[in-house]
Write a protein that binds this ligand. Structure first.
Ligand SMILES: *Cc1c(COP(=O)(O)O)cnc(C)c1O
Length: 416
């Protein structure tokens, strides 16, 4: 990967024709070390948030040895770039061939499921293996999240005890429970509530779980979505764990995706046309801007003038919306994105905080999929881990109108 000191250096040197992903290894390393230090259990990275090889390698170098995978392609990726790492196949619906290949070819022993049928499928496809770690996926409330992950997966509280019992009987290794409070969870107490709900189901089942897996959902920081301190999430999980019916040997796991990678990557796009306060960019909804289009998140931006004497644009900010390069009218990002009012065709817009579910979502639709990746050495535009050099302007109203975020209670930082 080519390296530039700053995004501005890239613009000055090359005024790139195609969009360029700007990656910061340090941002992933710092987030990973924060989780390793503060989370009192095992950290498994949810690969789907950003399956770039450099992410997997940076995580391994930062001490992360567990990966939450959902497909054979993700398993092969981790096997290639993190040989020997532990993998957990946490997709609750898998093909028999995928289960067999995971178990027999890649040594994957941890599987999740939310039905008796899937549990039987796992046992069948592993040839009646007795050394499986079997994780029951619970359905929990996603009240505090910007993206729900509970509508599709998770056994409800009434059916959970029978499934927990069946799992307990099916293995001599670990039986566990997992849930996902929803992505970009703005309320730390959502974790505690989900743990309480899971604990009640365990009591009804009359079993101890060997693993409590609190899933992902740890937030990043975007304009208009400033979550409580990450330490508050750890504190809520600690309280939840202490209130659960667990034994001394019960393990605590988490599966962060977004929080480990969101800050790391920004995208350098070019303005191909300006029409009033709409900018037509060379990347969009079918590229790295899925969330900007579909969830209408107003990501943080910076403007640059290209050429050898290029510079970061400064001065009076004005709200803009973006159109992407495809011919589809869905390819529209309403923003508002605050940029200097003199921005024009040929200028560049760097869009920040796209490391999670941004670069991972690209398609080749309409011939616009290509993106180059380079490394940069500047700080991310915003940070949950104290990395950012400036805070981001926050057009609060836009995001709240769309995702109807619950008001997070303000909290003092807790110290243990
Ligand atoms: C997507 C996913 C995650 C990661 O979620 P984030 O919100 O990115 O932290 C973790 N676990 C499972 C099972 C998932 O599907």
């Amino acid at each position: 990967m080519r390296t530039y000191h700053t995004p501005l250096d890239l613009v000055r040197e090359r005024s790139p024709e195609r969009p360029v992903a700007l990656v910061r290894r340090d941002a992933v390393a710092v987030a990973a070390r924060w989780f390793q230090t503060n989370f009192k259990g095992e950290v498994l990275y949810a690969v789907k948030a950003n399956p770039s090889p450099w992410v997997v390698e940076t995580l391994v170098q930062s001490g992360v040895t567990g990966f939450d995978v959902a497909s054979i392609a993700e398993i092969e990726l981790v096997a290639r770039h993190a040989p020997g790492a532990r993998m957990a196949f946490m997709h609750p619906v898998k093909s028999r061939a995928a289960i067999s290949a995971a178990y027999f070819d890649h040594g994957v022993k941890t599987f999740s499921f939310d039905t008796h049928e899937e549990l039987e499928k796992i046992i069948d496809a592993t040839g009646g293996a007795k050394d499986l770690n079997l994780i029951v996926r619970m359905g929990v409330s996603a009240d505090g999240a910007a993206y729900s992950l509970s509508g599709k997966f998770g056994v409800d509280s009434h059916q959970a005890p029978a499934l927990m019992l069946a799992a307990r009987r099916a293995t001599q290794e670990l039986m566990g429970v997992s849930f996902h409070v929803g992505s970009q969870c703005m309320r730390p107490t959502a974790f505690q509530a989900a743990m309480a709900q899971t604990g009640r189901a365990l009591v009804r089942a009359g079993v101890f779980a060997d693993v409590i897996d609190v899933g992902g959902g740890f937030p990043s920081v975007y304009p208009g979505m400033i979550p409580p301190d990450m330490a508050d999430y750890i504190a809520a999980i600690d309280r939840g764990f202490n209130e659960m019916p667990v034994s001394e040997t019960t393990e605590l796991w988490c599966e962060p995706g977004r929080a480990l990678v969101a800050e790391s990557t920004s995208l350098m796009t070019r303005v191909e046309l300006r029409k009033g306060d709409a900018l037509y960019l060379n990347d969009g909804a079918y590229g790295s801007l899925f969330d900007a289009a579909h969830a209408k998140w107003p990501f943080p931006v910076k403007g640059y003038r290209g050429g050898a004497d290029g510079r970061e644009l400064e001065g009076g900010l004005k709200p803009f919306s973006f159109y992407g390069p495809t011919c589809d009218s869905i390819d529209y990002m309403p923003g508002p994105f605050l940029l200097p009012e003199d921005i024009r065709e040929g200028d560049f817009v760097e869009i920040g905080m796209l490391g999670a579910y941004g670069v991972a979502m690209r398609t080749d639709f309409n011939g616009f999929g290509a993106v180059e990746t380079v490394e940069v050495g500047d700080a991310p535009m915003a940070s949950m881990f104290g990395l950012a050099r400036r805070s981001i302007p926050a057009p609060r109203t836009a995001i709240e109108n769309v995702v109807k975020l619950p008001r997070a209670k303000s909290k003092k930082r807790r110290r243990r």
